[in-house]
Design a protein around this ligand. Structure first.
Ligand code: SF4
Length: 288
C-alpha cells in the first residue's frame, strides 16, 4: 500500500490527535469508503462540563486562521477577582521605564550574577517570542532543557505548551514566553524570595515593554509569586485578575498536565477565555 503521508507529517498528525484526545475528544473513523478517502470523524466530548474544540467531518482539527478577523460575541464582563496579597508586591512597586525595549533589557541583564542562581546555570533563559505580543505566558523558571538551550519551554512541557498555543489558532512566534527567574534553580526547586526579588525587575520591564493584552501565568509558583498570594492556584485558576494594568489569568503548568492529563480540559476552558478576550475564533459548540 503506498504511503499516504510523509513520516514527519504523520508524526505531527499523531501528536495533534493525541493532544485532542487528551483534551477529552474521542475520534472514531467509521467510514473509510471503498477508496479509503471518505473519512468521517465522530466526536464525543468526554464531559459536558468540559467544552473542547469540536471536530466535524475532518481528519484533523485544523488550526484556526491567524490572524483571525472573526470577532466573537463579547463575553459579559465580570469584575476582576481580588486575590488577597500576603504583603506589598515587588512586582506592583517596580517603576515603569519609558521607551524600554527587550534588547535594552537583555543588555542590562548582561551575564547576571545578581542572585545565587547564576552559580549553577549554563545559559540565561531571557524569554522568546514576539516583542509586540498580545499574549504573554509566564512560567516559574527554566528546567534542564531550557538551561541547556537558553530558550524557555523547550522540553516535554514546552512541546505541550506549543500544542496549546496552536490549539488557540496561534503560533509560538505570535506570543511571548518567559519565566519569573531566568536561571535554572537547582533540582528544579521553586525560586526563593531573594532570587525572585533580584530577577523580577527584568520580568516587569519585559512585560511593560511588550504591553500585552493578556498575561497567562503557568503554574502555581509563577501565579502565587507574581500575585504575591499564599492562596492555592485552584482558588483563582481560570479567573480574570488585574495586574499592573493587564488582564491576567493563572492556569496549570504544562508539566503538571503531563502528570495529570485530565486537567487539560480545565486548561482548555481557561485558554478559551483568553481566546475570547483576544478576539480569536472560538471552536464551534457541540450540537448535542
Ligand atoms: S536568576 Fe535572574 S537575577 Fe538571578 S542570576 Fe539569573 S538572571 Fe540574575
Amino acid at each position: 500500500m503506498p504511503e499516504r503521508f510523509p513520516a514527519s507529517l504523520q508524526q505531527k498528525i499523531e501528536d495533534r490527535l493525541r493532544y485532542y484526545e487528551d483534551l477529552g475528544i474521542r475520534l472514531f473513523y467509521t467510514d473509510r469508503g471503498p477508496g479509503g478517502t471518505a473519512l468521517v470523524a465522530q466526536q464525543a466530548i468526554a464531559s459536558a462540563a468540559s467544552p473542547a474544540p469540536v471536530i466535524e467531518e475532518t481528519v484533523l482539527p485544523k488550526p484556526m486562521p491567524n490572524p483571525s478577523p472573526a470577532k466573537i460575541a463579547p463575553v459579559p464582563a465580570r469584575p476582576p477577582l481580588a486575590v488577597p496579597a500576603a504583603g506589598p508586591s515587588l512586582f506592583e512597586t517596580t517603576e515603569k521605564v519609558n521607551d524600554d525595549t527587550l534588547l535594552k533589557i537583555r543588555e542590562d541583564l548582561g551575564e547576571c550574577t545578581r542572585c545565587k542562581l547564576h552559580k549553577g546555570r549554563n545559559k540565561i533563559v531571557f524569554g522568546d517570542g514576539n516583542p509586540k505580543a498580545e499574549l504573554v505566558f509566564v512560567g516559574e523558571g527554566p528546567g534542564a532543557d531550557e538551561d541547556a538551550q537558553g530558550l524557555p519551554f523547550v522540553g516535554r512541557a514546552g512541546k505541550l505548551l506549543t500544542q496549546m498555543i496552536e490549539a488557540m489558532g496561534l503560533q509560538r512566534s505570535d506570543v511571548y514566553i518567559c519565566n519569573v527567574v531566568k536561571c535554572r534553580p537547582p533540582e528544579n526547586r521553586a525560586p526563593e524570595p531573594d532570587e525572585v526579588a533580584a530577577c523580577s525587575p527584568f520580568l516587569i520591564r519585559q512585560i511593560d515593554s511588550i504591553h500585552p493584552k493578556v498575561i497567562v501565568c503557568l503554574g502555581a509558583t509563577a501565579a502565587k509569586t507574581i500575585l504575591n498570594t499564599t492562596r492555592g492556584i485552584s482558588q483563582f485558576r481560570g479567573e480574570w485578575l488585574e495586574w499592573r494594568g493587564h488582564k491576567l489569568m493563572a492556569t496549570y503548568h504544562p508539566a503538571y498536565l503531563l502528570r495529570n492529563p485530565p486537567a487539560k480540559a480545565d486548561v482548555w476552558k481557561d485558554l478559551q477565555k483568553v481566546m475570547a478576550e483576544l478576539g480569536l475564533q472560538l471552536p464551534k459548540k457541540s450540537k448535542s
